[in-house]
Design a protein around this ligand. Sequence first.
Ligand code: ATP
Ligand code: MG
Length: 423
Amino acid sequence: MIPRPEHNISRSNISKAALKVLYRLQDGGYEAYLVGGSVRDLLLGEHPKDFDIATSATPEEVHKLFNNSRLIGRRFRLVHVRFGREIIEVATFRAAAGADDDDHQVAEGSGRVLRDNVWGTLEDDAMRRDFTVNSLYYGIEDYAIRDFAGGVADIEARQLRLIGDPEQRYREDPVRMLRAARFAAKLDFEVEAETAAPIEGLANLLDNIPGARLFDEFGKLFQSGHAFASWQQLQKFDLTRHLFPLTAMWLNNDPQGLRTCFIEQALRNTDERVAADKPITPMFLFAVFLWGPVAGRARQLMEEESMPEVQSLVTAGAELTAMQCQRIAVPKRFSFPMREIMQMQPRFNRRKGKRAMTLLGHRRFRAAYDLYALRALLGEVSDEDLAWWTDAQQGSEAEQKKIFAAGKQRPAGRRRRRKTGNN
Ligand code: ATP
Ligand code: MG
């Protein structure tokens, strides 16, 4: 127990909605605590992006207390309580995997836990969580923090430590390896030695994780503003090849480091967009990750089967997308435009005439152009050509008509204004 005077969490930093839920559960006679990332982030002096609550009430009991709530989840049954745009996630205390109730737990031969909805006590709940720093509970009845696993000390030491035996915890849920990489990146923490050690030997357990779950994890790794740091952690722990096998193979042959540069710049650009609150979409990064392998396969199809360029990109895109989706299940609404962005690349080679100009109006133009710009880092696009397309987007329609009528020549008086990718 860490009493109020000994920590820096104040109610004023907790969302009104979360406080309401905590008080209503307490008034209903249940135990209720703020838990997980929010307590961790508050202790670190940061603004949590969401507030999760753990309670002794069952999902049905929680649902009854809140009109504005919904029961969700298959793997974990949870309640979402909605306040305007804010959603408070309320989870019932659960017992650790491997608890003695076989009826409710379905564990595979490998030790992976497929379902766990075995209710437990607060302490059980603390022990089934992944990292010590994610297992801190803040109660509103006394404003004290409950720390069963040494999470406060680990926050001070800025390290990620799995609760319990690391190997066993990874076997129960291999996604914890990705979570280690993700939190190390996001929090700028070190993965403590005993928690880091088993990853190398167990990484291939990730190959059995359902693709839909990996797609969720992809979003958390690469769309939360820490894509570059996450990538570095994945590389450090040699996990990249379990998420992006084709990309990892492509990166194995990178004598000048251009390919690494191409990927890293895309990730930095994504982080910048998140920091600036600009919209991002997973299709773009998938296009970046697959571009090298797809372009390589397309060249092979052109050479060996004399396929025309556009057709080769379409075919290679379809083949390799299917392979990638065996790992990470990218929903069609993203994989379709992702393939489009890649297929559009040869169109940048034509710049004379009306048909060339229609590219500007294509709904994927912006993303396709961003990929085109990054390709300069691979040496596939000259600075001149990139500058031409950068200029061509500016100005009125009348000006654009002139530019495309001129085609090859760079419009006079216009200099490069902006260039993504290199800088
Ligand atoms: P973020 O701020 O990035 O959302 P978070 O800590 O809230 O971080 P979530 O993925 O939202 O992370 O999970 C919420 C909490 O649920 C975690 O803090 C952890 O206590 C618990 N948890 C989530 N996934 C697992 C897992 N695979 N194994 C054990 N505990 C988990
Ligand atoms: Mg969270």
